[in-house]
Design a protein around this ligand. Sequence first.
Ligand code: F3S
Length: 395
Amino acid sequence: MYLTREEEAMLKGEYGYAAQKSMEILVALGKIYDAERMIEIKSAQISGVSYKSLGDEGLEFIEKLAEDGRVRVPTTLNPCGIDLERWRELGFPEDFAKKQFKVIEAYLKLGIMRTLTCTPYLAGNRPRLGDHIAWSESSAIIYANSVLGARTNREGGPSALAAAIAGRTPLYGLHLDENRSPEIEVKIPRSLSGYGYAALGFLVGRLAGDKIPLFRGIKLISDEELKLLGAALACSGGIPLFHIEGITPEAKLNPKINAPERYEIGVDEIKEVYDELNDYDVDPDLIFIGCPHSSIRELIIFLELLRGRAVKRRTWIFTSRFTRTLGEKLGVVEKLENLGVKVICDTCPIVAPIRKLGIRSIATNSAKGAWFSRNLNGLKVRFMSIEMLVELAVK
Ligand code: F3S
């Protein structure tokens, strides 16, 4: 693998411990994937922020890098395990919070921005078409590749952090044109709406594994639906990129793209996903939206659907502090909270120690949120539209 003089120097330790460790990780990856050289990146997004997933070993690794390391490109952070301002009020355990603050402190020392969101593209880190980036967090990766047309492989937390510190990543996989073409074509009978796209993503993720799908038949899809679709595709499969005929940028640039394998999805198959992701006998302890983190539009939609009615059970909207601040300025957050909805920041329903809050069942409009709540957190789940969630919340 060809390395520039600067990269060689980093590898030899001339730029300090963190840069050397980072180059070692990147060179090892480059060798595995046969990369010819490195490519400079425009930004990084780091997952592995919750103390729940990192543990003491992960914390020590980051603290060691932070002794002499600093990121070279704008770098944002995935959600952590607590809302940094309201953790006491929400009942998060003190010992967990203390460790979580130490993790954040180490990341800040490295020069990383405390965005704490899985939608960095809604919080100031929005790459452009063709930008090379190194992102971890599967829902953000698929959104950046597909909706924005940026280029990232499915990085893990350590490789994204290494790329941020070195300012580069090995040139392979989705950084190269030839690996971004669709491999399966999926025809759907008509446009869906809301959580229907989450169900579609969940179904196609299973069907496609990690192959790149090209969707035909979608006439209309909002940014929020693209977010739900992508998160579900990346959750049930390992899909890092999708195209939608006439809608996503690379499909628009190349309207004649085709895929070798073809499938047609019917309404009945989508209904089977609704059944699979619903424990129908459950009365949920918590209703949430915001997996991936909610946009300002989702906050407004939720408020409008409430029509002034107060919620009667625990109802949370997960979002970034960036979006919450915008919502505060627009008066949306105050109205939601006056009706009993909590607008939670910095954390997510999966990486927060949710069982320690006594929660045993949830309802959500996110297929990813439902799947991980059941399989990682051992909760009973309901999967339904945002309209149905609101009606359940006020009942
Ligand atoms: Fe985001 Fe957590 Fe869902 S990181 S995509 S809210 S599982």
